[in-house]
Design a protein around this ligand. Structure first.
Ligand SMILES: Cc1cc2nc3c(=O)[nH]c(=O)nc-3n(C[C@H](O)[C@H](O)[C@H](O)COP(=O)(O)O)c2cc1C
Length: 283
C-alpha cells in the first residue's frame, strides 16, 4: 500500500505487525489483508520507526529507502565502559590550540548531529557554525561593537559583562569565548508551531555535539555566557550573526585542545539517586 510517506513493498512484507505496534501515535494499522498502511497520516510524526523496525526492509518512508540506512548493531558501537569512561573524563576545554579544526571532520560531525532527538520529532534545528579562527575573530569584533553600541545607548551594563568586554576589546583575556577557534550555535525555530520543546532540543543537540566532537578529537566548552549576554543585550545575535532575538539557542565552543587532563574528577557522590519504587505505597 503506497501513501506519500509510507511506501510498502508487499513482496517483502512479512505481515508481522512490528511497524504497526511500534508506531507511537497509531498512524499505521494492519488492513484486513494483514498488510500495514498509513491510515492516519495526520498523526504521523515522521520518526521513521516503521522503516527502522521492519525485519524484512519492506518499508520506505518519505522517499528514504531502508537499504540506505546505517545497519543497527551491524557497525561497531562504543562499549558501555568507553561511554562511561568518556563521561568520567570529559572536560570543559578553556585552552585551545591555534590551529583550526579540520573542516571535513567538522562537517561529518555536524551532519551526524541531525540525528539528535527533538520533541515530537520536530526537526527544526539549525547548526550555525563559525568554523575557524578567522570567522571567530570577526565575530568577536562584532560582539564587542554590539555591546559598546548598547552601552552607548545609555543602557547600563552589569560589571560581570562590562569588565571582561573591555579586556576582550583590549586584546586581553577572552572570558566569553575562551579564545576558541570555533563555535557552534544551535538554534530552533520559534515561528514553527510544531516545535514543542525548542530549548530542550537545542541543549540536547549541544550535548550530542560534545560527545561526537570529543570522539573525533575535538575539544569543547559549553558557552552559557552567550545566553547571559544576549539577555542583557537582546540585539546581540541579530547584530553579530543574524539570528533573531526571539530564537532559542545554545552554543558550544570547540577547537583542538591545548591542555591535557591526566585523570577524571571525582563526582560520584554529588548527584542524589532516588529510587521511587515505594512511591505512593502509603496511599
Ligand atoms: C549549560 C552550561 C553552560 C556553561 N557555560 C560555560 C561558559 O559560558 N563558559 C565556560 O568557561 N564554561 C561553561 N560551562 C562549563 C562548566 O563550568 C563546567 O561544565 C563545570 O565547571 C564542570 O567542569 P567540566 O565540564 O570540565 O566537568 C558551562 C557548562 C554548562 C553545562
Amino acid at each position: 500500500m503506497t501513501n506519500d510517506l509510507f511506501d510498502l513493498d508487499r513482496a517483502k512484507c512479512l505481515k508481522c505487525g512490528a511497524c504497526v505496534r511500534d508506531c507511537a501515535f497509531r498512524a499505521l494499522r494492519a488492513d484486513a489483508d494483514g498488510y500495514p498502511s498509513m491510515a492516519y497520516p495526520d498523526r504521523c510524526m515522521r520518526c521513521q520507526h516503521c522503516l527502522a523496525v521492519c525485519p524484512s526492509a519492506a518499508i520506505a518512508f518519505d522517499g528514504k529507502r531502508p537499504d540506505d540506512s546505517v545497519p543497527a548493531g551491524g557497525l561497531e558501537l562504543p562499549s558501555a565502559a568507553s561511554v562511561e569512561n568518556w563521561l568520567r573524563t570529559r572536560r570543559s576545554m578553556r585552552s585551545f590550540a591555534k590551529e583550526d579544526v579540520d573542516r571535513a571532520t567538522l562537517d561529518r560531525v555536524l551532519r551526524a548531529l541531525g540525528n539528535s532527538p527533538t520533541g515530537c520529532n520536530a526537526r527544526a534545528l539549525t547548526f550555525n557554525c563559525l568554523p575557524d579562527r578567522a570567522s571567530m575573530d570577526r565575530f568577536r569584533q562584532l560582539f564587542i561593537k554590539a555591546i559598546e553600541r548598547h552601552r552607548d545607548g545609555q543602557k547600563l551594563l552589569p560589571r560581570w559583562l562590562a569588565v571582561p568586554a573591555i579586556k576582550l576589546r583590549n586584546g586581553g583575556e577572552d572570558m566569553f569565548f575562551r579564545n576558541a577557534p570555533g563555535m557552534l550555535i544551535v538554534t530552533s525555530d520559534e515561528t514553527d508551531k510544531a516545535v514543542a520543546t525548542p530549548r530542550e532540543d537545542v541543549t540536547i543537540a549541544c550535548a550530542n555535539f560534545e560527545l561526537l566532537a570529543n570522539a573525533n578529537g575535538i575539544a569543547t566548552c559549553w558557552c552559557g555566557f552567550l545566553n547571559l549576554v544576549q539577555k542583557e543585550v537582546p540585539e546581540l545575535l541579530e547584530a553579530t550573526v543574524g539570528i533573531r532575538r526571539t530564537t532559542p539557542f545554545y552554543a558550544m565552543l570547540f577547537g583542538r585542545a591545548a591542555v591535557r587532563y591526566r585523570r577524571g574528577v571525582q563526582r560520584d557522590g554529588y548527584a542524589k539517586v532516588v529510587y521511587m519504587d515505594g512511591a505512593g505505597a502509603a496511599d
